[in-house]
Design a protein around this ligand. Structure first.
Ligand code: HPA
Ligand code: ZN
Length: 346
C-alpha cells in the first residue's frame, strides 16, 4: 500500500506556496537578506510550530514570509515545493499565493508573480509537472484592498488561472468579497474559497452562492448541515481537504476524530492536500499515508480520491482525460502485478 500511495499519479489542489517555505530555506534567505528572525535556530523555529488555532498559525506564517524579498527568493521557494511534489508523483498542482502579504512590505506584485511563474514554467519543462496559479485575497483585509490587488493582477491574467480567499476565517464571511469575485469572474478567473475550516456551514453556502466558488477549500464543517451535504453531493462540488493541517490547527483533536472518511462515504467529492506542508508536518503523500493508517483508506478509496482531484482541477477536459487515462493504466497495472505476485490472495 505504501508503494501504491507513493506511485499513484496525483493532483494537488490546495497548497499555499508561502506555506511550503521550510525552516532551513527561511534561515538561509533571512541571512542573505539581512533579516533578523525572532528565533535562534531551525530547531527553535520548529518548536514554535505548536498551534492552538488558525490565527496562531497565521501569525507565524506571515512572519516567515518576510524573508522573501527578491524574485529569486520566490523562485527558490517555489522550485523546492515543485521538486518535492514531483518526487511524490504529483503530476499537476494548483498553487495559492498571497500577494498582499508581500505588497504590504513594499515588494512589487511583479516580483512575486514572476519568481513563482518562472519556477512553474521550469518545472513544466524539467519535471513534467503542470500547474495553475491561484491568487488569494487575505480576508482579514478589506474588500477595497482585495479589489486593488485584483486590479494589479489584471495585466498578468494569462499567468493566473483563478482567485481564492484565505487567512482568518471567523468574522470574515465570504460575502464581504462578492464584488471582488464578480469582477474576477468577468475577467475569466476561476474561483475557489476557503470556507468551513473554522467557520460555520453558512460560510460554505456564501462561498457557493455569493462568490460562485467552483471548489471549497477545506469545507469539513459542511457535515453540520444536512441540506448543504445534499447539495454538495448532488452538484459534486469538490472539497480540498487537508487532514494534517486540520489536526495541527485543532479543527479536530487528532486524526482519528477527522471526518474525512465520513465525507468520502457520504459521496462528497473530496480530495487530499497538504495546505502548508512546511508547517503542518507533511506533503501530500504524508497526508494520504496518515489517512490510510488511521482510517484504513483502501486501494479503491485512494483511486477515487486521486480521480476526484484530476476531475476537480482547472485543466481542460482533454488534459484531464490524459491524466485520468494515465491513472487508470497505473491502477490496472498495479492490480495485474498484485495478481501475478500472489494469485490466490486477491
Ligand atoms: N486557512 C486559511 N488561510 C490560510 C491557510 C489556511 O489553512 N493556510 C494559509 N493561509
Ligand atoms: Zn489553505
Amino acid at each position: 500500500m505504501k508503494a501504491f500511495i507513493h506511485n499513484i499519479p496525483k493532483a494537488e489542489l490546495h497548497i499555499h506556496i508561502e506555506g511550503s517555505l521550510e525552516p532551513e530555506l527561511m534561515f538561509e534567505l533571512a541571512a542573505k537578506n539581512n533579516i533578523r528572525l525572532p528565533f535562534e535556530s531551525v530547531a527553535d523555529l520548529r518548536r514554535a510550530y505548536n498551534f492552538t488555532d488558525l490565527q496562531s498559525f497565521l501569525d507565524i506564517y506571515y512572519q516567515g514570509a518576510q524573508v522573501l524579498l527578491t524574485e529569486d527568493d520566490f523562485y527558490q521557494m517555489t522550485r523546492a515545493y515543485l521538486q518535492k511534489a514531483a518526487e511524490q508523483n504529483v503530476r499537476h498542482t494548483e498553487i495559492f499565493f498571497d500577494p498582499q502579504t508581500h505588497t504590504a512590505r513594499g515588494i512589487k506584485f511583479e516580483t512575486v508573480l514572476q519568481g513563482i511563474h518562472r519556477a512553474l514554467l521550469d518545472a513544466g519543462q524539467q519535471l513534467g509537472l503542470s500547474s495553475n496559479l491561484i491568487m488569494c485575497f487575505l480576508r482579514h483585509l478589506s474588500a477595497e484592498e482585495g479589489m486593488k490587488t485584483l486590479e494589479q493582477a489584471l495585466p498578468f491574467k494569462d499567468c493566473i488561472a483563478g482567485v481564492g480567499l484565505d487567512s482568518t476565517e471567523l468574522g470574515h464571511p465570504p460575502e464581504k468579497f462578492k464584488h471582488v469575485f464578480d469582477l474576477a469572474r468577468q475577467n475569466g478567473f476561476k474561483t475557489v474559497a476557503h470556507a468551513g475550516e473554522e467557520g460555520p456551514p453558512e460560510y460554505i453556502w456564501q462561498a457557493l452562492k455569493s462568490l460562485k466558488a467552483e471548489r471549497i477549500d477545506h469545507g469539513v464543517r459542511c457535515v453540520e448541515d444536512a441540506r448543504l451535504v445534499e447539495y454538495l453531493v448532488k452538484e459534486q462540488v469538490p472539497l480540498t481537504v487537508c487532514p494534517l493541517s486540520n489536526v495541527k490547527l485543532r479543527i479536530f483533536d487528532n486524526l482519528r476524530q477527522h471526518n474525512f472518511k465520513q465525507m468520502l462515504n457520504l459521496g462528497l467529492c473530496v480530495t487530499i492536500n497538504s495546505d502548508d506542508p512546511a508547517y503542518f508536518g507533511g506533503y501530500i503523500e504524508d497526508n494520504f499515508r496518515a489517512l490510510h493508517e488511521v482510517h484504513g483508506l483502501d486501494f479503491q478509496d485512494i483511486y477515487k480520491i486521486a480521480r476526484n482531484a484530476f476531475k476537480a482541477s482547472f485543466l481542460t477536459l482533454a488534459e484531464k482525460q490524459k491524466h485520468l487515462d494515465e491513472l487508470d493504466e497505473f491502477v490496472s497495472d498495479f492490480a495485474r502485478r498484485q495478481m501475478q505476485d500472489s494469485p490466490h490472495s486477491a
